[in-house]
Design a protein around this ligand. Structure first.
Ligand code: 6GU
Length: 228
């Protein structure tokens, strides 16, 4: 998978070199390319935004600068993700779908957003013919200062689903075995007693069927407590 991230804060993406993602890049499974949007400006102040037509607070990012940055990386089959709190909510199902893509481009705007003609332009039939899709995506119902952290969240969730990226494929298999893999039972490891708290005895029983049904009921209880 090829990933391009376009941002005015390239340093936000430094942690992608760490751990399993760094290894996946070294191994050629993945290439992550971060681009400084200001590299596409031609004025001395490297301007990337301007006041909104129609008035109102904040600044809107310039279509022309974004267009040049996207043109440099876009190719047939790419999925262009425009990060905005107004987008469709990211979830595990979307992560699974995006993990099958060959090229994902993250456009990280400030929260006031990018001139909407950028989204409209890359949604036109000429791009559709090239199997290019544009999607506005949000990671949850709260407002961030910009799309960078949201892109990092998505990149981590998506890339760990690419075969060979995760250290232990069995944990992925167990995850997807479950209808909603992220709703897991609680786990325990050594020692058997910690600060007066015992490990649930059933986990030491060796009765695998009983353990499986205990875990299912614990997962359900956790879900009932924690989910809306
Ligand atoms: Cl994608 N961007 C911003 N600025 N805020 C968000 C978000 C994205 N998702 C949730 N909040």
């Amino acid at each position: 998978m090829r990933i391009d991230a376009i941002t005015i804060f390239p340093d936000y993406f430094a942690p992608l070199q760490l751990s399993l993602l760094g290894k996946a890049q070294d191994g050629g499974l993945l290439s992550v390319n971060v681009h400084d949007l200001r590299g596409q400006t031609s004025d001395t102040h490297h301007t990337v935004d301007d006041a909104p037509y129609g008035g109102g607070a904040g600044m809107v990012m310039l279509a022309d600068v974004w267009g040049r940055a996207i043109d440099e990386v876009i190719d047939d089959g790419a999925i262009l993700i425009v990060l905005t709190p107004a987008g469709r909510r990211f979830n595990q199902e979307m992560a699974e779908e995006l993990s099958q893509a060959s090229h994902v481009i993250f456009a990280c705007g400030r929260y006031e957003g990018i001139d909407d003609r950028v989204r409209i332009h890359y949604s036109q039939p000429e791009y559709q013919k090239r199997n290019i899709q544009v999607r506005e995506v949000s990671i949850g119902d709260y407002v961030l200062g910009g799309g960078e952290v949201a892109a990092m969240v998505m990149i981590e969730a998506i890339t760990r689903l690419i075969p060979g990226v995760l250290g232990n494929p069995l944990s992925l298999a167990e995850e997807s075995h479950n209808e909603e893999g992220y709703l897991e039972y609680p786990n325990f490891t050594r020692p058997k007693e910690w600060r007066g708290l015992e490990v649930p005895p059933i986990l030491l029983s060796g009765n695998h069927a009983a353990i499986a049904s205990w875990r299912a009921s614990q997962a359900q209880e956790r879900k009932d407590t924690n989910r809306n």
